[in-house]
Design a binder for this molecule. Structure first.
Ligand SMILES: [Zn+2]
Length: 378
């Protein structure tokens, strides 16, 4: 029923969402992807008066866009449709079992709880008629892998602000880190293992690079602190080189991840790493091959103030305001010029073997979204 923000309604909707597997096929080749859950969401929203449609983010990878109201500022409510795989779970991942006020299953916490809250809030806002604002719903594919869904969404839609309901246990997250990935390559000279006079090991040439990067992380990056998200960091993540024990290694490759503070430039961070690497191995090649910015936000954005005030009004307590170390699609919205905040339900087990969300926290988030939208539009 439209506008029904009750525990019973949340439990029923959540169980339906968990029962539709939406494992990201880029993470697990057996994963069915977002098509079935996207079709369910479109039907669910249409039945409650929203104009909802599928939008293909990539072949076979649909987003859902829905809208209600006209005129005024466009507030977007976001959830991602995909989950990680369920292979190592210790519970039935799709049964939606409920015990002790918790609903269990793959994606219950990350983030079908938030998805249920978005759907319920959208239905309630649409049922309430015009509010002097416009509502958009962004349900996107592929957050758990390459975020093709969010990238595609912001290419087409430009809401005035966005609330993402990734699980935050009732905290308001305004800022988070970004990252840049680099590959470093050193070359040696292949030779028979007995030919010390001819051979040069590329792995040996990489060793001072690893040591220099570790020292840079420890001595320099750890001192760069953001008050909400903590220090910058890097780590040597993957290394490979050599072809056999009796051959001097001709090549060695190292993948490095550098986590960026909010507002830090990926380009500048990569250039800095290149200088460190060159200092340790002048002939090494360094290439940055992928990056995502951090989320830059603050309490000055109207959407931040609306969510804070709404949470205080609904729960009686102001939520904790914090930054996060992990990355989310919020940064894609913010980079597109759309202020974005993260506020979602309570639970545990994201990507883990036992995942659950507290049903009452889903209802609370739905109510807070409704209240935040009214404040944002006022
Ligand atoms: Zn998530």
């Amino acid at each position: 029923m439209a506008g029904d923000l009750t525990r019973a309604a949340a439990e029923e909707l959540l169980a339906d969402l968990v029962a539709i597997p939406s494992v990201n096929p880029s993470l697990d080749s057996a994963g069915g992807g977002e098509s079935a859950i996207a079709a369910f969401a479109v039907q669910w929203l249409r039945a409650r008066g929203l104009a909802a449609q599928l939008e293909e983010a990539a072949p076979g990878r649909p987003n859902v866009h829905a809208a209600a109201g006209a005129g005024g500022r466009d507030l977007c409510l976001y959830a991602h449709l995909d989950t990680v795989d369920a292979g190592a779970m210790e519970i039935d991942p799709f049964a939606g079992a409920v015990a002790g006020g918790r609903l269990y299953g793959r994606g219950a916490y990350d983030m079908k709880g938030g998805l249920a809250a978005v759907l319920m809030a959208a239905a309630a806002l649409a049922a309430g008629g015009p509010h002097g604002g416009r509502l958009s719903v962004a349900l996107v594919a592929d957050e758990e892998y390459a975020s093709v869904g969010a990238d595609a969404y912001v290419r087409v839609h430009r809401p005035a602000a966005c609330i993402l309901t990734e699980p935050t246990d009732g905290r308001l997250v305004l800022t988070h880190k970004g990252f840049v990935w680099l590959e470093v390559a050193t070359r040696g000279r292949a030779a028979h293992g007995s030919r010390w006079d001819l051979g040069v090991s590329a792995i040996g040439r990489m060793a001072p690079v690893v040591a220099a990067l570790e020292a840079f992380d420890r001595d320099v990056l750890r001192a760069r602190q953001d008050p909400l998200v903590g220090p910058a960091s890097l780590h040597c993540a993957v290394i490979s080189g050599g072809t056999g024990v009796s051959t001097y290694a001709a090549q060695c490759r190292l993948q490095v991840e550098r986590r960026l503070l909010p507002g830090e430039s990926a380009h500048a961070a990569a250039a800095e790493i290149e200088r460190i690497v060159r200092g340790a191995a002048p002939d090494a090649e360094v290439a940055a091959y992928f990056s995502r910015p951090g989320l830059v936000g603050g309490m000055d954005a109207p959407v931040s103030r609306a969510v804070l005030a709404a949470a205080a009004a609904v729960t009686g307590t102001e939520p904790t305001v914090e930054g996060a170390a992990y990355w989310t699609d919020a940064a894609i919205f913010a980079e597109a010029g759309i202020p974005a905040v993260i506020f979602g339900p309570t639970g545990a087990g994201a990507h883990g073997s036992v995942e659950w969300v507290e049903v009452d926290s889903v209802v609370a988030v739905a109510r807070i979204l409704v209240e935040a939208a009214r404040r944002f539009w006022a």
